[in-house]
Design a protein around this ligand. Structure first.
Ligand code: AMP
Ligand code: ZN
Length: 487
């Protein structure tokens, strides 16, 4: 039995690490802001989703029953992130001459495929904004009734949130509202009618040629419009998790606008605290600049998986702490692949030794290493420190199996069990080996050796090729050959 430590998380609201105490013992409600589905996800997006996967895995490992909701934004996210520009999905769909929902469907399919490949768990529910239009309309109407929303006079059917009415507005971001004069290009026609520079759109009347438009608050089918981006998360979080959620997570770019506005909407409606813990992940950069689609400096997640494999990709995305910026390069990716290969080699050689020694299996875990590993995760998900414990672990496996004395199979078994526990807790894809597979590969390698002795090179090469085509790496060393299988 592992005695898990208390979990501490850095809460952006207090700017402190706080002991995690959910509202209900052992139950966690968790909302993370999901992908706007208009393009393939890139390595930067993936880092953020991997951070929330790690949070989910840590909570589940520590014994919590977690309800995780992560939305897909399929309407309302404008090209400027605020109230300016066109809908990102509609713009992309037009350029591809396809229907926005066809684009959305195919990208959601792709999203799940990529996330499955790197072993990011699927949330309990992945709701889509377009399926929650009625909840959003209701929220706007409540905000109008409570005096938090107002209509733009020259633009009936467009409703803004009056941030001056919400005393705590900007608390999360520590915004200095005085002196903040936000006004973007397209907002110029609205800006004179906005009551405060920080006011934001709840619902926007759709222009004639807009594709994704719906009946509107207050007007029903008389006026068609679409929701502001922030509204969907308020609506979906409340629908599936209730008025107050334990943990709300997203990228750091969400602090000043998206999450600030979600809080204003939700708390004005419920008069309750929207979320108890706010977690934000830092960016992946390229040459110091944020990796992003708009800067066109991104690498797609699928390209990275193709290049270095799913296991190394997940390891790479966990290698930096979620609150630390990390610069991406192909050199770095290759060096992580070498590290992953080293880990798997040690583990597979250890498992093969155990199989050859056909000793009694034990289920023990190395408590010194596992205590240090779980302490690292309990300290605001310190994944780099946790990974350093895998380093120590695989070094111990290497020492044991290269020692010429009698093999301590119990100790080796304990270390391979601990390796599996660490990889599974972090969700790093890896290949397990069973006795049948080990026997089969060894048999093929023995045959290959026989052909080599006979100088039947074509046959021996063919056997090697077959193994390599099936994902095995074979190293011929001065002590014979060794093999392992990457993921
Ligand atoms: P977007 O598609 O821009 O809405 O981003 C989807 C998610 O990925 C959001 O939670 C962003 O905060 C996050 N994100 C975007 N770019 C990066 C990046 N370069 N590094 C880490 N996270 C990112
Ligand atoms: Zn959100």
């Amino acid at each position: 039995m592992i005695d898990y430590p208390e979990l501490y998380l850095f809460n952006t609201m207090s700017r402190k690490k706080e002991k995690f105490i959910p509202q209900e013992p052992n139950k966690v409600s968790f909302y993370s802001c999901g992908q706007t589905v208009y393009q393939d996800i890139h390595v930067g997006n993936a880092k953020t989703y991997v951070a929330w996967d790690l949070l989910w895995r840590t909570l589940v490992t520590f014994g919590y029953d977690v309800m995780h909701i992560q939305n897909f934004t399929d309407v309302g996210h404008l090209t400027d992130d605020g109230d300016d520009g066109d809908d990102k999905i509609q713009t992309q769909a037009k350029s591809m001459n396809t229907d926005p929902m066809e684009l959305v469907d195919s990208l959601i399919f792709e999203y799940h495929n990529s996330m499955d490949a790197i072993n990011v768990h699927r949330p309990n529910i992945s709701p889509r904004a377009t399926s929650h239009i009625s909840e959003m309309i209701q929220m706007v109407e409540t905000l109008i009734d409570k005096g938090y929303a107002y209509e733009i006079k020259n633009d009936p059917g467009t409703f803004y949130y009056d941030t001056a009415k919400f005393a705590k507005y900007g608390e999360l971001a520590k915004l200095n509202l005085e002196g903040q004069i936000k006004g973007s290009r397209k907002e110029v026609k609205i800006i004179n009618q906005k009551r405060n520079p920080s006011d934001f759109a709840l619902w926007i009347k759709a222009p004639e040629n807009h594709i994704m438009k719906y009946i509107s608050p207050k007007y029903g089918s008389k006026i068609l419009g679409y929701p502001g981006w922030h509204l969907e998360c308020s609506a979906m979080a409340q629908k599936y998790l209730g008025d107050t959620i334990d943990i709300h997570a997203g990228g750091v770019d969400h602090i000043p606008v998206h999450h600030t506005n979600e809080i204003a909407q939700s708390e004005a409606i419920t008069n309750k605290q929207f979320a108890n813990y706010w977690l934000h992940s830092e960016f992946i950069t390229i040459n110091g600049e944020k990796m992003s689609k708009s800067l066109n400096n991104y690498m797609s997640l699928n390209d990275l998986i193709l290049k270095i494999g799913a296991g190394p990709t997940k390891l790479l995305l966990l290698q930096a702490h979620y609150r630390t910026q990390s610069d991406f390069s192909l050199d770095k990716a290759e060096s992580i692949k070498i590290k992953y290969t080293r880990f798997i080699r040690s583990y597979h050689l250890g498992i093969q030794k155990l199989s050859q020694n056909s000793s009694k299996k034990v289920t023990n875990i190395n408590s010194k290493l596992s205590n240090a590993f779980f302490d690292a995760l309990a300290d605001d998900l310190n994944s780099p420190l946790a990974i350093s414990k895998i380093n120590e672990l695989t070094k111990s496996i290497d020492d044991l199996i290269t020692d010429d004395g009698k093999l301590d199979t119990t100790k080796l078994n304990e270390l391979t069990n601990t390796f599996e526990l660490f990889f599974e807790t972090l969700g790093i894809p890896y290949q397990k080996l069973d006795d049948d597979e080990i026997q089969l590969v060894n048999q093929i390698l023995e045959n290959r050796e026989k052909y080599r002795q006979e100088k039947a090179w074509a046959k021996s090469d063919m056997l090697r090729d077959i193994l390599e085509m099936n994902g095995y790496t074979i190293n011929d060393t001065n002590k014979g050959h060794e093999w392992f299988k990457l993921h």
